[in-house]
Design a protein around this ligand. Structure first.
Ligand SMILES: Nc1nc2c(ncn2[C@@H]2O[C@H](COP(=O)(O)OP(=O)(O)OP(=O)(O)O)[C@@H](O)[C@H]2O)c(=O)[nH]1
Ligand SMILES: [Mg+2]
Ligand SMILES: [Zn+2]
Length: 307
């Protein structure tokens, strides 16, 4: 239950950023009411999920005073290669995919590197499994098996079948998660079901069957069990901010197990002789697909280290 607006005092109070409206932000006060707040000039920009101190002004709008320290900050690389924050204080990043042709291990591995470097627990979700024949479902399970071995949590879901969504819901108890991934995989649909918010349905195919809507703004929703889920717009790609080769290696956590076996201490595990990581790829202990994505990211890291 929200408090009536008159009960909100004009002194500084705590709030949670739940979305952006153009240049201003939507702040949820501790009582549950949402206020539009503007930002002071030269202020660090808050992102969805940020805990802030804010103050009510006139016309029931407010102003952000400052941003509380963040437990995590999910970011990506922007067009200029700088680190651009996406959401704050999330415990879980839900990397959401749909069956081929959307399914992309390339995208998954980039998100996983970000998750490892930023210390955010990842869960892989393959949604829309209702569309798969038994044979293709088996193929998809094989594609995902290497991730389970690492181990990462993998959930197969469908908005028409409860099992997978129940499993995801359980993993989110009391946590804050963000759904990321390509457009059309069902991120908003999953949030609509788990948060029981009908309103999100505007993001889906309309009742008349025309006009496919796509999420354009990041937004936080509450779950009935007290967790929170953040919806984000679909992406075509996910660029990392400039990371070095050591960071790339850190992002492939199953490789760590083999590093001590490499002949050279500064082995980059690309083409060096006596490399235990390459040997593990050859013997099938490390997925060849993951290794190819590792090599790609090492190449990228080498290209920006030149400058
Ligand atoms: N068959 C099937 N369709 C689904 C499932 N989940 C979502 N859809 C449909 O897929 C379409 C896209 O769903 P959205 O939830 O809008 O996808 P999104 O990931 O939020 O997309 P963006 O907002 O563009 O990033 C809608 O028509 C949904 O009804 C599913 O599990 N099975
Ligand atoms: Mg959406
Ligand atoms: Zn090596």
């Amino acid at each position: 239950m929200s408090k009536p607006i008159e009960q909100y005092s004009k002194s500084a109070q705590n709030g949670l950023i739940i979305s952006y409206f153009g240049n201003s932000v939507a702040v949820e006060a501790e009582g549950g009411q949402v206020f539009q707040c503007h930002l002071r000039r030269n202020q660090e920009l808050p992102v969805v999920g940020d805990k802030v101190r804010w103050q009510l002004e006139y016309d029931n709008t407010g102003v952000i005073i400052d941003i509380e320290p963040r437990s995590t900050l999910l970011a990506r690389g922007d067009a200029r290669g700088k680190m651009k924050p996406i959401v704050a204080n999330v415990d879980v990043i839900i990397i959401t995919m749909a069956p081929p042709p959307i399914f992309s291990e390339y995208l998954i591995d980039r998100y996983l590197v970000a998750a490892e470097l930023l210390k955010i627990h990842p869960i892989l979700v393959l949604n829309k499994v209702d569309l798969l024949s038994d044979a293709i479902k088996e193929e998809m399970k094989e594609c995902l098996a290497p991730y389970q071995t690492i181990p990462y949590s993998v959930v197969l879901s469908s908005i028409y079948v409860e099992d997978g969504l129940d499993e995801l819901n359980t993993q989110l108890q009391g946590k804050t998660g963000v759904l990321v991934g390509p457009s059309g995989v069902g991120k908003s649909s999953i949030i609509a079901i788990l948060s029981k918010e009908e309103e999100i349905r505007v993001g889906m195919v309309s009742a008349k069957g025309i006009g496919k809507h796509t999420t354009t703004a990041t937004r936080l929703y509450h779950l009935p069990h007290g967790g929170k889920l953040i919806d984000s717009p679909g992406v075509r790609e996910f660029n990392l901010w400039p990371i070095n080769k050591k960071d790339v290696l850190h992002g492939f956590k199953e490789f760590q197990h083999y590093l001590h076996g490499c002949k050279f201490r500064d082995c980059l595990h690309v083409a060096e002789p006596g490399c235990a990581v390459q040997a593990a790829v050859i013997s099938g202990k490390i997925s060849a697909q993951r290794y190819a994505n590792y090599q790609d990211l090492i190449k990228e890291a080498s290209s920006h280290n030149k400058y």
